[in-house]
Design a protein around this ligand. Sequence first.
Ligand code: TXA
Ligand code: MG
Length: 359
Amino acid sequence: MNFKRRKVSLVKTKVAIINDVRDDIEYIKEAGSVIKEGGTVAFPTETVYGLGADALNSEAVKKIFIAKGRPQDNPLIVHVSSKDLSYLVKDIPKVAEDLMNKFWPGPLTIILDKKDIIPDETSAGLSTIGIRMPNNEIALKLIELSGKPIAAPSANISGRPSPTEVERCIEDLDGRVDYILGGDRSDIGVESTIVDCTVEPPMVLRPGGITLEMLREVDARIEIDKALMKKPTDDLKPKAPGMKYRHYAPKASLKIIRGKNEKTIEIISEMLENYIDKNNKVAILTTDENLSRFNKGEIISLGSEKELSQIAQNLFEALRKCDDLGVQYILCQGFEEDGVGLAIMNRLNKAAGYDIIDV
Ligand code: TXA
Ligand code: MG
């Protein structure tokens, strides 16, 4: 692509918090006009907050890349408020239709062959495009009132943990985008599952809130990109361009300790002592069940080990809290890779730069 990354010139950002879609509709209309006129709007979705612009307007889309400092080879997901995709994509295979019918609106992105109406800036030069219908009233209203499909990556500075609360969007994007719409915290907490429906068999390129088990109920052939859970190498790279970057990363050094519970607690405790002895500030990310097993450091529970959806919901916010606390090290226990655990471990692996200690 032929646009250079420019230094961000500060813009005035309007922030509006939506308590009730009907009472506060004027703000959503205003934000819709900003999109229509080629501006940028951060908005809530059920997965994480997104930073949106008109997906069909290349100049508007460039503003997203600049505001986030996003690598230009990383394509955006297009958000729609209706299942009529015929103006955006060439054809819709049966598996895509079945998945849309089952999971939309919801945390599932489907990759299809794009029509020329979608500019190269949005798809980062690819001939395919990811599309999803978010399950959030504010997001759906914004798309509808803007009259445009909205391209939106997560609303964070590139590389940082995705925001699940409006305060985090403001922290990252105030002065860099035109408008921020606030709503409730995102209840899924990790980004959408991405399924490439242009290949046979259909392939999961990013695990998320819709689990492999749920997808296979619709089509048993669906496979998962084998590169997802490993450190990328020259021979094995993830198929989604964005999955190869270090990502979701807190400023502190994050280490994942994975194994049987008792052994994990023992090793985390030893490492903790060691770091504290050397005058480091350390955070521990653990579960409600293990909380009382630690008595030093900044101890944060991600939720109950019995509810992986809680762990997913709290994950990114916990990583950002560690940064607020100014710790040098974060020690986090590993989780089972079943169900939404696959998405949790995928994000943790990436956030840790694959620094995983098996015990
Ligand atoms: O839940 C979500 O999907 C959130 C909310 C805001 O909707 N959005 C999001 O966008 O996570 P982003 O930009 O942070 O992640 C998009 C991912 C990247 O890894 C990108 O490489 C991949 O989707 N992607 C987009 N289009 C693709 C395509 N045509 N082929 C393969 N991967 C694609
Ligand atoms: Mg992102």
